[in-house]
Design a protein around this ligand. Structure first.
Ligand code: NDP
Length: 286
């Protein structure tokens, strides 16, 4: 029997998730249908669409811009949240809480949320052979993507963390909120600074800003260096990566993170562990 999945967002036409998950389905030998689902940009519409999907027998849904926070609130009030979703304050993967279903709770009340974005990034750095153990890491950006990656990075054993942002107050607020949300984060001394003031030697610098969409370039200090530079953006020329590649760093865009988070969602829904290296090769060849 065909298992049904969707990715819900606005806009949604550009999403690569259907191609990625169709490939995963073929790799796992499962009969799946994975569709893009447009939704008007308001919480009531999102809830109505998701309820209809799961009432109709849907197995799982990915959530993308601008609904990750709405999905978080929806699950917090119903079937629950994973630790990563709780700390991130955002949900990118929806499923039904099986324990609640066996107790006779309706699908709408059993909605459960996870967040696989941050672990997708961590898994990609492992595939790249970039060691996180004890690493001195800097994240540039203090929005949703930065928030989602902090706990997975700390769980992966990084040594030091600095979060820099154009607007310093957003970085300090983020660290305060995360420290209250997670004892593991509270145990870590996280430095904050403005992006222009970020300097020194890091093992890994992660660009978690949306600047790549604007064509602008980040104001990076001349004294800022790293062994590895990662940009969460993909599918376009990335001046951030060009800057550090010219200084001898190894660099990567965020396409592997995209596939990594998708593989973890797929595993959550179906129990199948995806061979991400093979899937990436096939997708890149396409
Ligand atoms: P948000 O809108 O939540 O945050 C944007 C961040 O970018 C803020 O820190 C903001 O700084 C900073 N920023 C924006 N414009 C500029 C600029 N001109 N100069 C300096 N800083 C700037 O976005 P998200 O956190 O949701 O997403 C960030 C990026 O991560 C996006 O490019 C997104 O595509 C990517 N992403 C990739 C994923 C993947 O799977 N590869 C998954 C999730 C996200 P300020 O606070 O000062 O405004």
């Amino acid at each position: 029997m065909t298992q049904h999945f969707i990715v819900i967002g606005n806009p949604i036409a550009h999403s690569k998730s259907p191609e990625i998950h169709s490939l995963f389905g073929a790799q796992a030998g499962l009969d799946i249908s994975y569709q893009r689902q447009y939704c008007p940009d308001d919480a009531a519409s999102f809830t109505a669409v998701i309820e209809a999907f799961f009432h109709g027998g849907g197995v799982g849904a990915n959530v993308t811009v601008p609904f990750k926070q709405v999905a978080y609130e929806c699950c917090a009030a119903r079937g629950g949240l994973s630790e990563h979703a709780k700390v991130a304050g955002a949900v990118n993967t929806l499923l039904l809480n099986p324990t609640l279903l066996t107790k006779g709770v309706s699908p709408a009340e059993a909605l459960y949320g996870d967040n696989t974005d941050g672990q997708g990034l961590v898994n990609h750095t492992k595939r790249l052979d970039w060691s996180l153990q004890g690493a001195r890491v800097a994240i540039i950006g203090a929005g949703g993507a930065a928030r989602g990656v902090v706990l997975p990075l700390i769980e992966a054993g990084i040594g030091e963390l600095t979060i820099s942002n154009r607007t310093l107050s957003k970085a300090t607020n983020l660290v305060n909120e995360l420290s209250h949300a997670s004892p593991a984060i509270n145990d870590k001394q996280i430095q904050t600074c403005r992006t222009v003031d970020l300097s020194g030697e890091f093992d890994i610098i992660i660009n978690a800003t949306s600047i790549g969409l604007s064509g602008e370039t980040l104001p990076l200090a001349d004294q800022l260096n790293c062994h590895y530079a990662y940009d969460m953006m993909y599918g376009r020329e990335l001046p951030f990566l060009q800057h550090f590649a010219a200084r001898g760093a190894q660099v990567s865009d965020g396409y592997g993170m995209l596939i990594g988070q998708a593989a973890l969602s797929f595993e959550r829904w179906t129990g199948h562990v995806i061979d991400v290296v093979q899937a990436t090769e096939t997708l890149q060849a396409q």
